[in-house]
Design a protein around this ligand. Structure first.
Ligand SMILES: [Zn+2]
Length: 63
């Protein structure tokens, strides 16, 4: 699900919103409740790929 970033034009509060579809009305600011928000064009960050595999040190000790 894509996350869109919005900036409130009233209080300049920035927030993110999960949108199922791209054809949806602009959300309201969670801070002041204003509908005067602007959609920010933020490139998709590579927050999905996370290759942080630790060293393969398998040492089984049968007990
Ligand atoms: Zn606001």
């Amino acid at each position: 699900m894509p996350i869109f970033e919005y900036t409130c034009l009233k209080c300049a509060h920035r927030f993110e919103k999960l949108q199922k579809s791209s054809t949806v009305a602009s959300p309201e600011c969670p801070e002041c409740g204003s509908l005067d928000v602007r959609k920010e064009l933020s490139a998709f960050s590579s927050a999905v790929s996370s290759s942080s595999a630790a060293g393969a040190a398998g040492c089984f000790s049968g007990g």
